[in-house]
Design a protein around this ligand. Structure first.
Ligand SMILES: C[S@@+](CC[C@H](N)C(=O)[O-])C[C@H]1O[C@@H](n2cnc3c(N)ncnc32)[C@H](O)[C@@H]1O
Length: 335
């Protein structure tokens, strides 16, 4: 069986990967191809990389394309990754949304975990929701829908099973979380409890595809996935994410990532250690919130007051007043 890949074959393989997934492999990543694909090649009797490229073209043996794509994704993740965004979700977003639900101005909260890997990110959100719901009865189970998507079949299979073993459990779970949100399984593993799993629906989805089929969201997490893409595709994903957000909705990237300047329609909001990007057609420029302040300055359009939000129950006459306020705000900020 072949163990080394030639320069031309490496180029053709990364062209394939970029075309199918937009994942961009650097010049120095030939070793990654070799280590990740050798097992698939052995299992399918594919003797060299030339034969693998032919197999990929016709997807013969059937399924080999998905296996190769799956193997070339990096599914590194952990529970409550970066910590602070989940604290913000617990202390800021959920209480605010609970207030809106209690006031009747909101029915649902929709969140998209856009590269969910093996499920730690969406389950961390669902666990936080269930914890906060104990203090805010308005946060009924059916009010939250988390859509969790990824391209990797194996990561999704693991996410759907909700079953985690030794190493995965040791990475990021806060004290008490295991007891509250998991049940021990016979094989020494732990399974995420049904009431957490019911909040999340998993779906295979390629970020190259149109986001329209997913509906619109109050929060989108596209964390630690854009790093694998070229700048142009990063911008495309972010523009599509903007389209998938409700007005006033929040976009989260990884803590070491930032929004490219060329993507309009977001206002940068910073609170403590967390930065997020608020969809705003009105304040379409960056703004920074004083870390000590509890209210963004200048105040972007409040989520609950968004006139075009389809989930709003605000009557039409109130809409007209809100629209006027928005126009005034816009005029003020453009001065
Ligand atoms: C490093 S993980 C990030 C997991 C999680 N968001 C986190 O922050 O812990 C990156 C994920 O992006 C997925 N991915 C890569 N390219 C993708 C694409 N074109 N469409 C959808 N998912 C993709 C990979 O399968 C992988 O699971």
């Amino acid at each position: 069986m072949a163990t080394t890949i030639g320069a031309r074959e490496f180029d053709r393989l990364r062209e394939f990967l970029e075309r199918e997934t937009s994942i961009s492999l650097g010049d120095d990543k030939a070793y990654l191809v070799e280590t990740r694909l050798s097992e698939i090649m052995s299992a399918h009797g594919i003797g060299d990389y030339g034969a693998l490229l032919v197999a990929l073209q016709g997807d013969r043996p059937r399924g080999v394309r998905d296996l190769v794509i799956d193997a070339m994704t990096t599914n590194e993740t952990l529970w409550f990754r970066d910590g602070a965004p989940f604290e913000l979700f617990r202390d800021h977003f959920l209480p605010a949304w609970a207030g809106e639900i209690a006031a009747g101005t909101r029915q649902k909260i929709r969140i998209w975990s856009a590269a969910c890997s093996s499920g730690q990110e969406p389950y961390s959100l669902a666990m936080t929701y269930n914890d906060v719901a104990r203090r805010f009865p308005a946060l009924r189970p059916e009010c939250l829908e988390i859509v969790a998507t990824d391209l990797s079949d194996s990561a999704l299979a693991s996410a759907r099973s909700g079953s985690y073993g030794g190493l995965a459990l040791q990475r990021g779970l806060p004290d008490g979380c295991l007891e509250r949100h998991f049940t021990p399984a016979a094989d020494g593993r732990y399974v995420v409890r049904r009431e957490v799993r019911d909040r999340v629906s998993f779906r295979k989805f390629n970020l190259r595809d149109s986001f329209i089929t997913l509906g619109s969201f109050d929060m989108v997490l596209a964390r630690y996935v854009l790093i694998y893409f070229q700048d142009e595709f990063k911008r495309e994903v972010l523009r599509k994410a903007h389209g998938a957000l409700e007005r006033g909705g929040a976009l989260f990237l990884g803590s070491s990532e930032s929004l490219p300047a060329a993507v309009p329609g977001f206002a940068m909001v910073r609170r403590g250690r967390v930065t997020w990007y608020q969809k705003s057609e009105v304040v379409a420029r960056r703004l920074t919130v004083d870390a000590a302040s509890s209210v963004p300055k200048p105040t972007p359009v409040p989520v609950a007051a968004a006139p075009a939000a389809p989930k709003s129950t605000t009557p039409d006459s109130d809409m007209a007043v809100l629209l006027k306020k928005l126009q005034d705000l816009n005029a003020l900020h453009s001065k």
